[in-house]
Design a protein around this ligand. Structure first.
Ligand SMILES: *Cc1c(COP(=O)(O)O)cnc(C)c1O
Length: 379
């Protein structure tokens, strides 16, 4: 965690709300992922936090990238645009997956020149890719159980395992190449069995594909979902990694190419938000604090990511249960109805840790309040 005195002095210097990104933590998270899952190449899911400086640090650390729109593609591409054309193409082949199973025709037309790996999960998409991006490689996204994930991702995407082989055949029949399978077990997955079940489903589809004479299907993309340690209840990543490694060895040949798309895992713990108390009232006997950031801004994860963030004070003192609201006029802009806080005064600073993922990325300008200012440290 960033030292408290530094956070306060930065907030005084730059103003609030201030979103502080610690690049040392980004590098440590990436290194941890590689250390515990040595067979897996990490494709950072840019949607968790698309800040170009974050992408750059992970790029320099050796990460690959999962993008889901042309603007996200461009953020990653910016880091390699000075490479010679051949190296640039090799890098894109190796290090970018366009992991949105649904792509507009115009997007496919733009992507085609890069010959990227793209995911799909339905027959209409096969027709679109054949017509608009015939040079793309394909990965079939399959539907897997999302039980116990904080954010469920299986109702919108994923071919039923029973349709998988037909969809692979349809793509080969269309003259395209299916290079692999992908899935997503749901974000912030604490039920590690989801991964085990997904790997078993994938393994049976791979074996059927190989039996059909399609050895080209050889990339296993295990998606995202790796839990960030928001609190002490989250089981250690090490335990999940151990389980994954033993399933890889049990289910797949050594030469299998395995990749993952961690988003939250890389960035959640790398950012801290500092905000300021701008109002205070006692309502129904409870102290209510109004701060200059809220759910339309950096705390947007409360709505979109189904996450709770604790608001902490730098000040010490006897605490009581208080409510914390954001600055807009909407009652939805409620950060917490029960935070343990000391008696705060207007102008006092508060902070929330582990707020790097799905936070600033979905911040709006609602009610005229701009997103928090971003500061990068240890870059
Ligand atoms: C959102 C998303 C990710 C990242 O998920 P995390 O749970 O943040 O790791 C990875 N892959 C796809 C396809 C996604 O939609």
């Amino acid at each position: 965690m960033v030292n408290q005195r530094l956070l306060q002095s930065m907030a005084r210097r730059h103003g609030t709300p201030l979103f502080v990104v610690d690049h040392k933590v980004l590098r440590a998270n990436y290194a941890r992922f590689k250390k515990y899952l040595p067979r897996v190449q990490a494709y950072y899911a840019v949607k968790a936090n698309p800040d170009p400086a974050i992408v750059k640090t992970l790029y320099e650390a050796g990460a690959s990238f999962d993008v889901a729109s042309m603007p996200e593609f461009d953020i990653v591409h910016e880091n390699i645009k000075d490479l010679p054309a051949k190296q640039r193409q090799d890098w894109i082949w190796d290090k970018i997956i366009y992991a949105n199973p649904i792509k507009a025709n115009e997007t496919l037309e733009q992507l085609d020149q890069y010959k990227p790996l793209v995911t799909y999960d339905n027959i209409e998409e096969v027709r679109k890719v054949r017509k608009y991006a015939p040079h793309a490689g394909l990965a079939l996204r399959i539907k897997v159980p999302n039980t116990g994930a904080m954010v469920e991702l299986s109702s919108k995407f994923g071919a039923a395992p029973g349709e998988a082989v037909d969809l692979i055949a349809a793509a080969f029949d269309a003259g395209l190449v299916v290079e692999g399978l992908s899935f997503h077990v749901g974000s912030q997955t604490t039920n590690f069995e989801n991964y085990v079940q997904a790997l078993q489903l994938a393994a049976s589809i791979f074996h059927e594909a190989w039996d059909r004479g399609w050895p080209q299907v050889k990339i296993l993309d295990i998606g995202g979902g790796f839990p960030a340690p928001y609190d002490a209840h989250v089981k250690p990543f090490r335990d999940l990694a151990r389980k994954l490694n033993s399933e890889f060895d049990r289910l797949f040949p050594k030469e299998m190419e395995i990749l993952a798309e961690p988003g939250r895992f890389m960035v959640a713990t790398a950012a801290t938000l500092v905000a300021k108390v701008i109002g205070k009232a006692v309502r129904d006997g409870k102290t209510c604090y109004y701060i200059d950031d809220g759910v339309y801004h950096t705390y947007s994860g409360i709505i979109f990511d189904h996450l709770k963030y604790h608001v902490k004070a730098f000040k010490k003192g006897l605490t009581k249960i208080s409510a914390v609201f954001g600055p807009t006029c909407d009652a939805l802009d409620t950060i917490s109805l029960a935070e343990d806080l000391p008696d705060l005064e207007l102008g006092d600073l508060v902070y929330s840790e582990n707020i790097g993922a799905y936070s600033q990325a979905s911040s709006t300008w609602f009610n005229g309040f701009p997103p928090a200012k971003v500061i990068h440290i240890n870059q």
